[in-house]
Unconditional design. Structure first.
Length: 80
């Protein structure tokens, strides 16, 4: 993979990138990669494991789903 250095970014751009990364639960570098991948239309923007996809899906809600199943498995009596 290549390394890209971007010089002379406005402080406002860096601050906005930090806020966006924090809201998405990613590092600033990871957020910049995602933005660039989205801008050029590569599949890397959607890459990631299940956990990353779940986090991205619920990023705007401020919380991840935490509900548990109501009907838990019951022990079966095989002697009956």
């Amino acid at each position: 993979m290549a390394t890209v250095t971007i010089r002379n970014l406005d402080d406002e751009v860096v601050d906005a990138l930090k806020r966006r990364a924090s809201a998405s639960g990613r590092s600033m570098e990871s957020e910049a990669r995602r933005i660039l991948a989205d801008a050029v239309g590569t599949d890397e923007a959607g890459a990631g494991g299940l956990g990353s996809r779940i986090r991205a899906r619920f990023a705007g809600t401020g919380e991840l789903p935490t509900e548990r199943a109501v009907d838990l498995p019951r022990e079966v009596d095989l002697d009956a």
